[in-house]
Structure formats: C-alpha cells, structure tokens
Design a protein around this ligand. Structure first.
Ligand SMILES: Nc1nc2c(c(=O)[nH]1)N[C@H]1C(S)=C(S)[C@@H](COP(=O)(O)OP(=O)(O)OC[C@H]3O[C@@H](n4cnc5c(N)ncnc54)[C@H](O)[C@@H]3O)O[C@H]1N2
Ligand code: MOO
Length: 389
C-alpha cells in the first residue's frame, strides 16, 4: 500500500497531455486560453461620442450653427466648418472635422443656433480610435480564464472562436446491486444511489461540461463490458464502488482484463483506502470506493486537481493552507486521514461523523484536514494542513 504523497506524485507524473481546441465563444465559459488573442480591430473602431449632445468644430464663440444630426450607427459624411455643430448621440461616430462634443445639458437651442453655457476644450467627450485596444495588440493572454467580462470583451472585438484547453469528457460508472434511484420505494437491503449526482455536481463545480453516466449490476461480464464502453466514450472515467476485495467486487479484475495499467491500487488513507488509478492509452481511470464520503474525498484530493491541470489552471496543485485547531485532536491511526471540517479565518473545527459512509457533516464542511498516520496528540491551536473544498 502506498502513501498519499506517493499516490499524488504518481498521478502528477502521469497527467495526459493538455489538448487544445478552437471553440465558439458561446461555449468557452470557464475555459482557459491556450493561445494569446490579438485584437482584429481598433476599439473603438472610430472616434466615438461619449455623450448625447453636439459635435463641434470649435471656434472663439459660444454660438454655433446646427447643420445636421448623427445617430448611433449612422455612416455620415458631414463636413463641419469652424463654428458649425451637429446633433450627436452616445455611441455615434464623430466627424473628423469635429474636435469636441458638448453634452446636451450644457447648451441651449434656438432655431438653428446652438448656444453653449460654457466653453469646451478640444477632445472633450470623444473616445479616440483604439482607446481601449488597438488593432493587433494583445487582447487577452494565454492562461486567462474566460469569465463573463472576458467573453464580452472578445465578442466586442468581433471574435467568434478562441483556442482553449479542451475540457475532458468524464464518465461516471456506478456499480452495485443494492442501489435504487431516489423516487422509488426502498425495499429491505437496498439503499438510494447518491454517488452519481454527487460526483456529477462536483464535476460541474469545476467547470466540466461533458459528463456521461453509466450503471451496472454486480456481474463480472457486465462490469467489464460497461467499463470498456465507458473508457471508449470518455477521456477520464470515474467508477464508483466494487473496488474492494469482496466476492462481488469485480472492478479490479475487469480493469486487469481490459489491460488498464495500474498506477496505484490501495492508498494508506482514511477514507478511500481501496482507491485505484490507472491509465490506458491517453486516458485515466479512477475506481473510487463506493462509500459516499470516501468517493467524494478521493474525488477532491486526486481527481479535481488533475482536471484543473488539464483545464490549464496553474494553481491546480497548491490548494493546501494551514489553520489552527479549535480543539485538541487525538490521532491513533495507521492510515493518514482526511477529516471533514469547517474553517474560518485562521481556525478549523473538525466535524463529528467522520465515517466514510456518512455525508451529513460533509454537506456542511468546507475543507478536509489532512492528518498524517501515527499515534500522537495535537493540542488546541496546533497548525494542521487543510484542503479547502
Ligand atoms: N475485507 C475488507 N472489506 C473492506 C475493505 C477491506 O480492506 N477489506 N475496505 C473497506 C473500505 S475502507 C471501503 S472504502 C469499502 C469500499 O468498497 P467498494 O469500493 O467495493 O464499494 P462497495 O462495496 O460497492 O460499497 C461500499 C458502500 O458504499 C455504498 N455505495 C456504493 N455505491 C453507492 C452509491 N452509488 N450511492 C450510495 N452508496 C453507495 C454501498 O452500499 C456500501 O455500503 O470497502 C470496505 N470493505
Ligand atoms: O477507506 Mo474506507 O473509505 O475507510 O471506508
């Protein structure tokens, strides 16, 4: 059995190559740019009025002659001589011959005359060409995570597709004869299936969009066939349950028959001891223990950082910080532990109900505290490593 540190290192050394794809702006939310994006245009592309008012060819009087009107979107050809003005609206193109825009509140109109209440300086209320960005300048750099503002910015430059790191397609294969879908009657010996929706939600939190779910009963041939199909259809496969040593745990044997190369099987940790990680071609397969809290812990510690690395996130492997224990902790364990806990500014409180079958305290936890194996006491205020979740 290997240690948590060894398992994490093995995974880190076997991360598949990041793949790049060119995708539509409508699909890029939460993706990371794999190439710099240069602006194809000046923004704004023309001298733009920042106010509703009058574009002026300035001269040494406060009275101007109004000779026309330019609305937003108009392609005008108006030539202003000194002392002339045109009505103009926010976003409209200012004529080359105009050198300032006076907002409507600072002027009065009498017939065709415009009388300014004060003088105006050159360039007032005119957004120059390329004020935000010039043609061929770098709009966004490789490594930028695309949020709403970034997507709006790119759309404003007329960009419709960008090159990003491909988000892998992830399969979730649920095993277990005892499982019943919520909404059905629970007969004796059965339990409600909860790992699929839990893992699906955790994947969605990280920005994974392409998720396929599969179910199989505890039967060797069916398990093998389902795993083979799910590997074929996904980049990463998460199998839930059936990975321990019972007579009806067929996952390990099926993976062997399918020639999935073992990176590790069994980690000296609690929960999640029977965790399996393997690879086949450029694909990764995780067999997560069926106990719900074990499954989710293994997902957060092993799968999520890997996904973030594939997405192009550079901080994916540095989630650990230290907090002070609010209470003494007595450790007596041959396995390292990930304990559900709640942290505040600089303190952390370990939750009750740590059993790997229990999600009740996980539901309100915001971190996992890592406690190395051994027989020792941690006094109140001792610092412990936490993985925020
Ligand atoms: N003789 C041994 N028995 C077990 C060992 C061991 O070392 N020797 N390890 C134990 C540990 S630790 C764990 S963790 C579990 C993991 O077992 P499996 O991965 O084979 O998981 P299952 O047996 O299929 O299920 C365990 C538990 O979780 C429930 N479960 C499973 N899938 C779901 C689901 N989708 N939704 C909700 N609950 C689920 C299942 O009913 C079981 O109660 O093995 C120990 N045994
Ligand atoms: O490793 Mo298991 O998750 O302890 O119950």
């Amino acid at each position: 059995m290997i240690s948590v540190e060894q398992a994490l290192a093995l995974l880190k050394n076997n991360i598949p190559q990041k793949k790049e794809v060119q995708i539509l702006l409508t699909e890029v939310h939460q993706h990371i740019l794999s190439k710099d994006v240069n602006s194809p245009i000046n923004m704004p592309p023309f001298r733009q009025s920042a106010m509703d008012g009058f574009a002026l060819h300035i001269y040494d009087s406060l009275t101007y002659k109004i000779i026309g009107e330019i609305k937003a979107g108009d392609a005008h050809k108006i030539e202003l001589k000194a002392g002339e003005a045109v009505r103009i609206f926010t976003g409209a193109a200012v004529p080359d011959s105009a050198n300032a825009v006076m907002q409507i509140e600072k002027a009065a109109v009498k017939n065709d005359d415009l009388i300014l209440t004060e003088s105006v300086k050159e360039s007032t209320n005119i957004r120059p060409i390329g004020e935000q960005i010039k043609v061929n300048e770098k709009a966004l750099l490789k490594g930028t995570k695309l949020n709403a503002a970034a997507i709006g910015f790119l759309a404003g430059l007329g960009i419709t597709t960008v090159s990003v790191y491909k988000k892998p397609t992830v399969g979730i294969l649920i095993t277990g004869n005892e499982l019943v879908k919520p909404g059905n009657i629970l007969k004796h010996g059965k339990i409600y299936e909860s790992n699929a929706i839990m893992l699906q939600t955790a994947l969605t939190e990280t920005g994974t969009k392409n998720i396929n779910t599969y179910e199989v009963n505890d039967d060797f041939i069916n398990t093998k066939n389902s795993i083979e199909k799910a590997i074929h259809e996904n980049d990463i496969l998460l199998i839930s349950g059936g990975i321990s040593v019972g007579d009806y745990d067929f996952v390990k044997a099926a993976l062997e028959e399918l020639q999935v190369e073992t990176l590790f099987y069994k980690v000296n940790q609690k929960p999640g001891k029977p965790l399996f990680a393997g690879k086949i071609n450029d694909k990764l397969v995780f067999a997560l223990p069926g106990n719900p809290a074990a499954s989710l812990t293994c997902y957060y510690i092993y799968v999520q950082p890997l996904l973030k690395t594939l997405f192009g996130e550079t901080e994916a492997n540095k989630p650990i910080t230290q907090k002070k224990l609010t209470e003494e902790l007595i450790v007596k364990n041959t396995r390292s532990q990930f304990l559900k806990a709640v942290f505040t500014d600089d303190e952390v409180t370990i939750s009750t109900h740590q059993n790997s079958s229990m999600l009740n305290t996980f539901a309100v936890a915001n971190c996992l505290v890592f406690v190395p194996e051994g027989d020792y006491h941690l006094a109140k205020n001792s610092k412990v490593d936490i993985y925020p979740i």
